[in-house]
Every structure is written in C-alpha cells, then in structure tokens.
Design a protein around this ligand. Structure first.
Ligand code: HEM
Length: 125
C-alpha cells in the first residue's frame, strides 16, 4: 500500500468513501433526501477541497463550515452522524493508503469535524 500522492488518489478515496456513506442508511438520507447531491458534480469538489488541504494545491474557496451549518438548519447533524461520517472516512483511508498524508488527512478530518460540531452547538443555542 502507498501513501496519498496525487488527485487521482484523492478521487479514489472520496469515491470509495461516498460509496460507504451512501450505502449506510443511518447517514445516506442526508445526501439523498435532505440535500440531493449530484455525485458526479460533488466528487470533483471534494477532490479540490482535499487536494488543497493535503497536497497544498489551491482552488477551494467556499466556506465549508457555513455549508454544513446550513444543512444543520434543515436536518440536525448530530454527534452520532459525525461519528458515522468519521468512521467511514477513517476506514476508507486505512483500506487504501498508508503513510504521512494518510495520517494527515484523518487528523484534518477530525479537526474540521470538531470545529463544525462546535459551530453547530453555537448555532442551536
Ligand atoms: C455529519 C457529518 C457530515 C455530513 C452528514 C455531511 C454532509 C454533506 C452534504 C449533504 C454536503 C452537500 C452540501 C451541498 O451541496 O449543499 C456536503 C458537502 C461537503 N462536505 Fe460534508 N458532511 C459532513 C461532514 C463533513 C466533514 C467533517 C468534512 C470535512 C472534513 C466535510 C466535507 C465536505 C466538503 C468538502 C463538501 C463540499 C462542499 C462544497 O460544495 O463546496 N463534510 N457534506
């Protein structure tokens, strides 16, 4: 197994990750009913986001936390949902990659998820 090295690797990662999310009934409804994502448009955005975060490329300019605060207004993003999201993310990374970047992307996902959850609590106060 190798480390995450390029955008092709990130595409494989987000594609496998979303296959897990969408086949898990406990979270898939957020992507299919609350927000109806178009997977073919969504995956390249995720690649751009993670490429910026992990590979140091540019290109992602939106406010990611705000996007999730808006989802939370439609349907509460509970701690349980974040736990499920992170579980599938970690599993997908570990099934496909090993190395520094693989560790870095999991750490980043956890810190972003933590910030999102704090902001969600504040929004719902
Ligand atoms: C409970 C956990 C989460 C759920 C249910 C969730 C759900 C979603 C949904 C439904 C969208 C599509 C929004 C739209 O197109 O309007 C989205 C976008 C996105 N999510 Fe999440 N998300 C979660 C956590 C996270 C975390 C922790 C990260 C990053 C570490 C993340 C990264 C992204 C990215 C990069 C996008 C694309 C935003 C864009 O279109 O610019 N998500 N998420």
């Amino acid at each position: 197994m190798k480390d995450i090295q390029n955008q092709e690797d990130l595409y494989l990662l987000v594609d496998s990750f979303y296959k897990k999310l969408l086949s898990d009934d406990s979270i898939s409804y957020i992507f299919t009913a609350v927000v109806k994502i178009k997977i073919e448009e969504h995956l390249p955005i995720l690649v751009t986001f993670w490429s910026q975060a992990i590979l140091g490329t540019g290109g992602y300019t939106k406010n990611l936390t705000q996007i999730h605060l808006d989802i939370d207004k439609k349907e509460h993003l509970t701690p349980e949902l974040f736990k499920i999201w992170l579980h599938h993310f970690y599993t997908t990374v570990d099934e496909n990659f090993i190395g520094e970047k693989a560790e870095q992307i999991k750490t980043q996902a956890l810190s972003i998820a933590t910030i999102m959850q704090i902001k969600i609590i504040q929004q719902n106060e």
